[in-house]
Design a protein around this ligand. Structure first.
Ligand code: ATP
Ligand code: MG
Length: 315
């Protein structure tokens, strides 16, 4: 039974969202709240139901049960008002490859019924802001994946939405394009926009999100700030690497490892980066004349959280 109170002041709120396709339950009663001017990352593996959640929150699909409020509107009663308030960048590009970047943006401006002059100015401003100025008059089919993704988001911004949904905005982008996209997203939030983004990348959630909701098996299995989620995983671990099997064996019988990798010639031990932890460990190895190639201290990250919660490795 859901006892949380409804937060009508939030930019996005969902209570008890349920959706099944035929026999298959995809969302099994999820609650989400995104406060105005913040970013929520909805994190989950392939097939977790992220896109379905976005479709329900943006009125593209109707839930079988549950309530959605976006920008103050009840999505079931006022779907048009919700659609007017939001921008959505779907998982798969809405860019028309036959049109140029500028034409794609102008088309959006027409859909928003902006006067031609305003639309032209808006298109030019967005091309500039997304560093697409030079490519603006080339057909979008000639754009790289990163350029298409940027154009996609630029098209979402034509209508100046206050609440934006981004479904996997950086999947498939190279690290540099990903950082550019992150900067753009941070800029949007800094100017007061509310964002819900889905991602399979833990680092992305860690970098961008005020709060993270982990979706798995149709349920939110954890929700909190990145720091809160990381705090749920006890301690880190120390990894020792050895030059050969003999040293690995010797160390394994001396210490009490919690994990070992015979091929990688490594042992894992519980512990952290404190000198009071590391010093006695190294002294024991030294006293037993066991040479260690390398020592690394692993501090828990969202990857560990994800693994602990879902039993799966993140991307
Ligand atoms: N229209 C549909 N009809 C039937 N099943 C569907 C439909 N849409 C989604 N599903 C199923 O719902 C589940 C969740 O799909 P969804 O696209 O929401 O996952 P996702 O988390 O977005 O995954 P990905 O990371 O791959 O994008 C999948 O098992 C999918 O096959
Ligand atoms: Mg998806």
């Amino acid at each position: 039974m859901n006892t949380s109170t409804r937060d009508d002041a939030a930019a996005i709120s969902a209570r008890g969202l349920y959706k099944a396709f035929g026999e298959k339950t995809v969302l099994d009663g999820i609650d989400l709240t995104v406060q105005q001017g913040t970013i929520l990352a909805l994190l989950g593996p392939n097939g977790a139901g992220k896109t379905t959640a976005v479709h329900l929150l943006t009125t593209y699909l109707r839930p079988d049960a549950g309530e959605v409020r976006v920008a103050g509107w009840d999505a079931a009663k006022h779907p048009q008002a919700v659609r007017r308030a939001i921008g959505v960048t779907g998982q798969f590009s809405a860019v028309d490859g036959y049109l140029t970047g500028r034409e794609n943006l102008m088309l959006m401006a027409d859909l928003h019924l902006l006067p031609k002059r305003v639309g032209r100015a808006k298109a030019a401003e967005l091309l500039e802001r997304f560093e697409l100025g030079e490519a603006g008059d080339k057909p979008a089919s000639t754009y790289s994946g990163g350029m298409k993704r940027k154009l996609d988001l630029a098209m979402t911004l034509v209508g100046d939405p206050k609440v934006i949904f981004l479904d996997e905005p950086t999947t498939g982008l190279d690290p540099r394009s990903r950082r550019t996209m992150w900067d753009i997203i941070r800029g949007l939030v800094a100017s007061g926009t509310t964002l819900l983004l889905t991602t399979q990348y833990l680092e992305e959630a860690d970098q961008l999100a005020d709060r993270v909701a982990v979706l798995d098996g149709g349920r939110i299995v954890a929700e909190g700030t990145p720091a809160e989620l990381k705090a749920r995983i006890p301690g880190g671990h120390i990894e020792l690497s050895f030059a050969d099997r003999a040293r690995l064996e010797a160390a394994a019988s001396l210490l009490d490892p919690t994990g070992r990798d015979d091929d990688g010639l490594t042992l894992q031990l519980p512990g952290d980066a404190r000198v009071s932890t590391l010093w006695p460990l190294l002294r024991r190895l030294n006293d037993a004349s066991i040479e260690v190639e390398a020592l690394t201290v692993h501090t828990p990250d969202l990857d560990d959280v994800f693994f602990a919660l879902t039993g799966r490795k993140g991307a």
